[in-house]
Design a protein around this ligand. Structure first.
Ligand code: PMP
Length: 290
């Protein structure tokens, strides 16, 4: 992915894609001092840009560093890099990390870098195809206790178990894996949050030890706007068989129906379809009020 044409915004400058590199002694590489975001632009407008920039800053602070750009500067840089690459419908990947000035666990004086890459990512999909749903495996690893890891940060280190779990799921023929948390409750997928439906009620795990996704928050709001009851609560795996619909949410996944979780099957239905359509409408750039 590193050998492409295009521009990456790197510490305030545009750098040719192939030249946007780091040193092998980068602290972020050795000790996981790296945080990132995943965002999308629809029609040249970054969906919930400020929320993503604020989360990025917050993730850095949780890892004990301050990204040397303001939320407004980061928002502007995202728009600039999309434009520089001539994109409208795009994925954005801001990433911030500790540099390579000192080697060791402590590295208070290492420079904090910020880069923003973006590439084309159209959001067209065939709704009929998508409604068939994806299959989820059950992951072996559990989301860590918030007393064990900074679980609310979108920190690179927390993705180690996600990559292992996703690889295992794919080897076994599944699209992704559902992870439990340290207490054995249903938590989230390797890069998306999870929702269930039963008797007209939307259920989703309380985000107390995993990422409270911006898509998750948006879908909860959309569901409430529709008058659906939303229950954010503790969900144990023995309840999985009692739900009739299931879907996952995330910047990349948007709202993706699920047909199977481990031994349980679901038929994506009317409520999933409504939320999928409402989300697609929500992300479209809004005409500015006169
Ligand atoms: N959980 C994890 C582990 C993720 O990587 C993501 C994707 N950022 C999400 C949930 C969904 O978050 P969002 O809706 O903000 O993209």
């Amino acid at each position: 992915f590193d050998q492409r044409d295009g521009w990456i915004w790197y510490d305030g400058q545009f750098v040719p894609w192939r030249d946007a590199q780091v040193h092998v002694l980068t602290h972020g590489l050795h000790y996981g001092s790296s945080v990132f975001e995943g965002e999308r632009a629809y029609g040249g407008v970054v969906f919930k840009s400020r929320e993503h920039s604020e989360r990025l800053k917050k993730s850095g602070q949780i890892l004990d560093f301050e990204i040397p750009f303001t939320v407004a500067e980061i928002d502007a840089a995202k728009l600039a890099v999309i434009e520089k690459n001539g994109l409208k419908d795009a994925y954005l990947r801001p990433v911030a990390w500790r540099g390579s000035e000192m080697m060791g666990v402590a590295a208070q004086h290492n420079k904090i870098h910020l880069a923003i890459a973006t590439w084309e990512w159209p959001s067209y999909f065939d709704p009929a195809q998508k409604m068939k749903g994806i299959r989820l495996d059950m992951a072996d690893y559990r989301r860590p206790d918030p007393a064990t890891a900074p679980s609310t940060a979108k920190a690179a280190g927390l993705y180690m178990i996600c990559t292992i779990s996703k690889h295992r799921a794919e080897r076994r023929g599944y699209a992704d894996a559902l992870m439990l948390d340290w207490q054995g409750r249903v938590a989230e997928c390797t890069g998306a949050n999870v929702f269930f439906i039963r008797d007209g009620v939307v259920h989703t795990p309380t985000a107390d030890c995993f990422l409270d996704g911006i898509t998750r928050q948006t879908v909860i709001e959309l569901a409430k706007r529709r008058g659906f009851e939303v229950a954010e609560r503790r969900i144990m795996p023995d309840e999985l068989g009692s739900f009739t619909e299931c879907f996952i949410t995330g910047t990349a996944a948007e709202v993706t129906p699920v047909s199977e979780v481990g031994a349980h099957t679901y038929v994506p239905g009317e409520m999933t379809k409504i939320l999928m359509d409402d989300y697609s409408a929500e992300v479209l750039p809004k005409a500015k009020a006169a």
